[in-house]
Design a protein around this ligand. Structure first.
Ligand SMILES: [Zn+2]
Length: 71
């Protein structure tokens, strides 16, 4: 069976059977997909958390807090 070259840029490895990329790049692709899924999951809590910035207490308290804790 003729195997294709890895589809990743500048990679000279042979692709895995039935896959478009070599073992290294298949693993790398899976990792980045996992990371994207993690980021998608993490997005919900961040959106909840960002509501804090819209509260009255934050708007009134933040300037004083930032004045005391200047970076
Ligand atoms: Zn590769």
């Amino acid at each position: 069976m003729i195997r294709k070259l890895c589809a990743a840029r500048d990679c000279d490895e042979l692709a895995l059977e039935g896959a478009a990329r070599c073992a290294d790049h298949e693993a790398a692709g899976k990792r980045s997909r996992d990371a994207a899924q993690q980021a998608a999951k993490a997005r919900t809590p961040v959106a909840e958390w960002s509501k804090l910035y819209k509260t009255k207490a934050w708007r009134e308290g933040a300037p004083a807090f930032l004045k005391k804790h200047t970076i």
